[in-house]
Design a protein around this ligand. Structure first.
Ligand code: 26M
Length: 821
């Protein structure tokens, strides 16, 4: 086998071992004999960091002193996953690490395992941010990720004895966290509340309270680029300004409360990834990190300057708004420029407009953030004034352009009246230079539906950047066997920083030797996963079954319900004798999904899946033929283990609802075949891998729209599908009759009711097509060489979905900058 030429540091294993020993001694205070795997993990992390520091400092120096514009990626979430292996890879120390662990007598697995996965994001949007900062560093573009260092990440998911989701706090900072560097000397003051007064003809904000934003810096090493960028996550600290009045009354506790409240701002990540609740603390979080980041950027790029020329700001940094969460940054930069630096409105507007761009990640109208004006006024009175003025300017601009009055009315950023509110997506669209969707279909629908009024007036603002994923984490680290095989097949490992080179595998799809090796890699990954699942979850999984996986947040639109109904239907056919189980392709179905704690139907679906798993896995009738497993607490680690082991992945959202999806890309790149609808990036994946290598089913977006127009959800049309399709009817009846609830008919009644009377996401309407495609999938799977060949072609043709390509698209279409020289 061709040797993998990972970026190599000239360091020897022995030297690296010594460095780890030194860290054990001087920072941990333990001897190698006393050291636990956790000690060795911390010591190794500290040792790796030292190898990155010079590149980190040089990158910062070149960024500030050169003329290459930097990117500021503003995101409320960065779902990074574990850091150790990635840092070792990018520092070129993977082999030295393996050698050092041998010398010290530790299993690399145990050491890697000792890291607590930081879950500072909900799902797709947060993981995308993590992939993008990886690619920015790997391409060599100077960049900051700016966000919040939540003390509690996304909740830990457990299941109770009834299969219900239980959420427990994720205090990820229980043990030493060796990657972040808290920098108390680069803090920022963030003000809140109070009022705006008139002083010498100027509006002056008199805030009522302030929070100290303290940065914690994470190095973001590029792969083979020699560059290391910064992820700067802010923590809220109190200024310890005791309320003296209260304190004098000797009411100590009352005096401490404001301090506690200030520090609450960075306490916890909100676990909802749609339907924003308009919570005050959430707005405080948003303003907190955005205000600190904007001031930080000015400090970094105009060091020591009392009167910086901020008209040059758009040449120094471009801010990307990751969804609407950081959009308060637009009025904040206006305020900074006008109130703090004395610029006039028009100059400030021109700077602001050039500095911001906005990425939209949704189409669901209920997911677009709208803040009550009263809340903004209470927390950020000066910003509310500025937003109103932006709105007025916007209205006049539209009038001057001859836009019709009713359209202007629809486009208001600030809506008047007693429920006055601010539409953040509209503010972002008007306030920045570009708006992009995250897949072609999504960007089209944004232009034609969600932001139609805006695209008709500002067509040039709108563009698309199809999402991507980092091949370093999701191929190289997650799937080392396949990575070696690809390198062997291509004769080089250069594909890891130029993923289109995977195309070189196309001819190998017709080389039976290669295809056999590819199938053997998949089988070995499945065996590994079975062992991992035994260790972590106690599951007894048969690796000689088809691995069929659906992992993503639990949402009605993603339609986990469709998958579980299909499983139930198959189970019912076996039970009733309609299907001889020996004729089935043996299959293990995996689900991984967290539901927002307040999302009732999503939680019911989780309970149903768990109980279907319990019933089926304990039924001798289906033994060895059909099994269902729901490993709890789906996270990046589970994704990295399960994706490479998957044969068939499920991307079955209702067409027109999934903005892009990125799991779909990870699966295709790891040689899984996809069953999917024409939704989000599935469309582009299918185009590239070829229709014959993709299991397409279900209604298209226009068909979905037409069915809504007929009144599908309002007139209860789903019931017709139930009545007409005996297999569907039987599956739903089994859910209703207590088969999966120990005979209790009430447990799932709300879910069943929804299916039969509303079914907004058309699960029932797509059921038949889904069952039919599953039959075709079985036929294909019976021919292992055919299946493996299709899988090779999926890998070979998915290079486009590297986040490196996405970043190149952002550079060209939106940021207009590039790599450091
Ligand atoms: C908003 C307000 C208050 C609290 C939380 C939120 C919030 C947090 C996360 C809203 C949405 C959040 O994430 C949405 C998301 O992950 N969207 C997904 O983005 C991916 C990357 O572009 C796409 O691939 C997915 O299709 C899209 O669903």
């Amino acid at each position: 086998m061709t040797e993998i030429t990972a970026p190599k540091s000239s360091l020897t294993s022995g030297e690296f071992t010594d460095e780890i020993r030194e860290q054990l001694k001087y920072t941990q205070g333990v001897t190698p004999e006393q050291a636990t795997a956790a000690d060795v993990y911390v010591a190794t992390a500290a040792a790796v960091r030292r190898h990155l520091v010079d590149s980190w400092m040089k990158t910062q120096h070149d960024m500030v002193n050169g003329d290459t514009k930097a990117v500021g990626y503003l995101s409320a979430e960065f779902l990074m996953g574990k850091q150790l292996e990635n840092a070792l890879l990018n520092a070129g120390l993977t082999e030295q690490f393996e050698g050092a662990m041998k010398e010290l007598g530790f299993d690399t697995k145990d050491v890697i395992d000792a890291e607590y996965e930081p879950g500072l994001g909900n799902g797709g949007l947060g993981r995308l941010a993590a992939c993008y900062i990886d690619s920015l560093a790997s391409i060599g573009v100077p960049a900051f990720g700016y966000g919040i260092r939540y003390q509690y990440g996304i909740f830990k998911q457990e299941f109770d004895e009834n299969g219900k989701q239980i959420e427990t706090p994720d205090y990820w900072l229980v043990n030493e966290e060796p990657w972040g560097h808290v920098d108390y000397n680069r803090d920022q003051r963030v003000n809140f509340g109070g009022e705006v007064v008139e002083e010498n003809g100027k509006r002056v904000w008199k805030p009522a309270w302030a929070v100290r934003a303290v940065p914690c810096d994470y190095m973001v090493p590029g792969y083979k680029s020699g560059r290391v960028n910064t992820l700067r996550l802010w923590t809220a600290k109190s200024y310890d300004e005791f309320d003296l009045l209260t304190f004098n009354k000797s009411d100590y506790l009352d005096a401490v409360i404001p301090k506690v409240e200030a520090e609450n701002i960075s306490k916890i990540l909100y676990p909802e990834d749609s339907t924003p609740q308009g919570k005050k603390l959430r707005l405080e979080q948003q303003y907190f990190f955005v205000s600190a980041s904007i001031h930080d950027a000015i400090r970094v790029f105009y060091p020591g300057e009392k009167n910086p020329d901020l008209t040059t700001l758009p040449n120094k940094i471009v801010f990307q708004l990751n969804d609407t969460h950081p959009v308060i940054g637009i009025p904040e930069l206006m305020r900074v420029l006008i109130d703090e630096y004395g610029y006039d409105w028009d100059t400030a507007w021109s700077i602001t407009n050039k500095t911001f761009n906005y990425t939209c990640h949704t189409l669901l109208p209920e997911a677009l953030e709208v803040w009550p004006a009263s809340l903004i006024g209470e927390l950020l009175p000066r910003h509310l004034e500025i937003i109103k003025k932006i709105n007025e300017q916007f209205m006049s601009e539209l009038k001057a352009k001859g836009v019709a009055d009713d359209q202007i009315e629809r486009m208001r950023i600030y809506t008047d009246g007693k429920d006055a509110s601010v539409r953040m997506a509209y503010l972002a669209t008007y306030g920045g230079s570009y708006v992009n969707g995250v897949a072609e279909l999504h960007s089209e629908l944004l232009k034609d539906v969600t932001l139609k009024d805006f695209s008709s007036v500002y067509p040039d603002k709108f563009t698309n950047v199809t999402n991507g994923v980092t091949p370093r984490r999701f191929i190289k680290l997650a799937n080392p066997r396949m990575s070696d095989l690809i390198t062997e097949g291509l004769g080089t490992d250069a594909w890891l920083s130029d993923l289109e080179q995977l195309k070189g595998l196309i001819p190998l799809a017709d080389d039976p030797e290669f295809v056999k090796k590819f199938a053997a890699v998949k089988q070995a990954n499945k065996n590994d996963f079975a062992a991992f699942a035994k260790r972590k979850y106690g599951f007894d999984i048969d690796p000689n079954t088809m691995f069929n996986t659906m992992i993503k947040r639990l949402h009605e639109y993603k339609r986990q319900a469709l998958k579980i109904l299909a499983v139930i239907a198959t189970y019912a056919d076996i039970k009733s004798g309609k299907v001889d189980p020996d004729t089935l392709v043996p299959r293990t179905v995996f689900f991984g999904a967290k539901a927002a704690p307040g999302y009732y139907l999503a939680k019911q679906t989780i309970q149903l899946i768990n109980n279907v798993a319990r019933v089926i896995n304990n039924d001798p009738a289906t033994k060895g033929k059909l099994h269902v497993y729901f490993p709890w607490n789906y996270n990046i680690e589970l994704a990295q283990n399960l994706i490479p082991a998957t044969d068939l992945d499920e991307q079955i959202s209702q067409a027109g609802k999934e903005a892009s999806g990125t799991g779909n890309m990870k699966f295709a790149l790891n040689g899984a075949l996809t069953v999917g609808t024409l939704d989000g990036a599935n469309v582009e994946i299918r185009e590239r891998v070829g229709a014959e290598n993709f299991f397409l089913f279900g209604m298209t977006e226009p068909e979905v729209s037409a069915l809504y127009a007929k009144g599908y959800d309002t007139k209860g049309l789903s019931r017709e599908y139930y009545e007409k399709d005996p297999q569907l009817k039987q599956a739903i009846d089994m859910v209703a009759d207590g088969t999966f609830s120990n005979g209790d008919k009430d447990t799932y009644k709300d879910l069943v009711n929804d299916w039969l009377n509303k079914d907004y996401f058309m699960t029932l309407a797509d059921f038949r097509a889904y069952m039919d495609i599953q039959a075709e999938i079985e036929e294909t799977y019976r021919d292992p060489m055919k299946w493996a060949r299709m899988a090779v072609l999926n890998v070979a043709n998915s290079g486009y979905f590297s986040s490196d390509r996405s970043i190149e698209d952002y550079l060209e279409r939106i940021w207009h900058t590039g790599a450091l020289k």
